[in-house]
Design a protein. Structure first.
Length: 181
């Protein structure tokens, strides 16, 4: 299946609005499964940070097993479910509108799961620390040059940095599933 190239662009002040546009819809669709508000995570949630122009959203659910019932509802709302996600043991993962032209990713993860805490903790660390943010952006630019046609290799190559940043803020990184390159 064709996929979108890895390209890092300058921070776009419209990213929070693009998140908000989907947040209300997703919150309404997932209301019966949500344990907490839908959050903007990932690099587009960090003011001033260059990123792939894809909005990452975390929907913290009460139960991943029960949230399986949300797959059809989200698909009817235009989300593409990724059943072969190697991280399926802890999340349900969706994108929109299609792999080669992504605008949003949606992660359904149990609200108290270590991966949900890691997504929020890393986001907050980047927001709070300009040096960390700059170091991460330089790494992302370098890795995007190296892996522009391989999103999984790009993601895998960021792991050590993310793990170090999480440890520095007192969060033990959850075991990471290496993506197939």
């Amino acid at each position: 299946m064709p996929d979108q190239r890895v390209e890092i662009v300058e921070y776009d002040p419209q990213w929070p609005a693009r998140f908000a546009d989907q947040q209300g819809k997703v919150s309404a669709v997932l209301a019966q499964w949500l344990a907490a508000p839908v959050e903007h995570v990932g690099s587009t949630s960090v003011p001033g940070l260059g990123a792939k122009p894809v909005i990452d959203m975390l929907a913290p659910v009460r139960s991943l097993a029960e949230a399986q019932d949300a797959v059809c509802v989200l698909e009817a709302d235009g989300w593409l479910f990724w059943p072969d996600d190697p991280c399926r043991h802890y999340r349900l993962w969706f994108l929109r509108p299609r792999p080669e032209a992504r605008t949003h990713h949606l992660h359904l993860i149990e609200h108290d799961h270590p991966n949900a805490r890691a997504l929020l903790g890393f986001r907050d660390a980047l927001r709070a620390d300009q040096e960390l943010r700059q170091e991460y952006e330089l790494l992302k630019l370098d890795l995007a040059d190296q892996h522009h046609d391989n999103r999984n290799a790009y993601s895998n190559a960021k792991s050590a940095f993310i793990e170090r940043a999480l440890r520095e803020i007192g969060i033990e990184p959850p075991a990471r599933t290496r993506l197939r390159e």
